[in-house]
Design a binder for this molecule. Sequence first.
Ligand SMILES: NC(=O)c1ccc[n+]([C@@H]2O[C@H](COP(=O)([O-])OP(=O)(O)OC[C@H]3O[C@@H](n4cnc5c(N)ncnc54)[C@H](OP(=O)(O)O)[C@@H]3O)[C@@H](O)[C@H]2O)c1
Length: 340
Amino acid sequence: MKNRSIYFVQPPAGPVTPACFAVRDESVPALSEGDVLVRNIYLSCDPYMRGRMGGTANYPSGKTFPLDRVIPARVVGQVEASRNPTFAEGDFVWGFLGWELYSLAVGGGDLRLIDPSLGPISHAVTVIGMPGLTARVGILDIGKPQLGETAFISSASGAVGQVAGQIAKLAGCRVVGSAGSDAKVSHIVEKLGYDAAFNYKTVPSIGAALDAHCPDGIDIYFENVGGETLEAVLDRINQGARIPVCGMISQYDNAERYEPRNLANVEAKNAVMQRFSIYAHMDQFDEFLPWIAERIKDGRIVYYEDIVDGVDNTIDAFIGMMKGENLGKRLVRVSADPTL
Ligand SMILES: NC(=O)c1ccc[n+]([C@@H]2O[C@H](COP(=O)([O-])OP(=O)(O)OC[C@H]3O[C@@H](n4cnc5c(N)ncnc54)[C@H](OP(=O)(O)O)[C@@H]3O)[C@@H](O)[C@H]2O)c1
């Protein structure tokens, strides 16, 4: 068995390019007592990984990926070999492994078992995993939606955004989304059930689009993108608005950040603007699982994944996701999923 791994070799100066990575063929690592060898099936591509690659002086991200190491990522896979009593050969698992064909979870690492009866195994790193929980924390814990309010979600068809909008809708909000293509806009309304959506790249102005689609102002803004969108929203928030700040992807590559000129509106409107990181909410995870699984099962929440095949396409899949090519949560399938 040969491994193929994607190493992080160079921080990007601006947008991520293939030069940031090196693809290396290696032997599959040997197991010691307690270790688990995972045949990776789905590799996750997430925007936060851009922050971890550093290289953008004005967007400090805290921890950066170590150079000359395999890119760490959430992965769904199947146990290939185990010297750990908790995991048997053939079990489906997910955990923080790496962009590669086989990963060794030393001492079992942070692996968790996946119950394939809950749905597609890929969901462990998508709707029933980190992106799904992120959406729920942002909308319910920070957004605190009330019947009849208006919720606006940016990057509304993405991994997190698609769930955020549906949870706000279930809570009785009028839900409006933005995204970067007409295909995404149709999908947001027709498949995800939003009340309205617009293409932020082609509207004459984001502010005018918000005026048209949010005639009663904005009570909740689920912030995924930052920049001009945030500025346009801040001019249209209602008294007591809540802004869960999930991310600001429009700024991740920029040497200079686009700073909204109207932050004073947060004060004037007695609004709450709160950054949150899902890592601080992992204590909700065990309770979240049955909560979301029930809603997927009865169709109240639908979820779309955008799957690219082949480990050799991982780098392009990530770069494409950062540019908006993904319709739904981007994953890379690097080996066969036997549950399909
Ligand atoms: N706080 C947390 O714990 C947490 C957890 C997960 C994710 N996040 C954040 O949540 C946001 C969404 O992440 P995700 O995983 O759901 O990714 P995603 O929305 O599935 O994919 C990223 C999308 O961002 C959009 N985008 C890229 N550049 C943009 C720009 N300049 N302006 C506006 N949109 C742009 C693209 O769609 P378009 O076609 O619409 O441009 C792209 O498809 C990110 O900011 C991420 O960092 C935070």
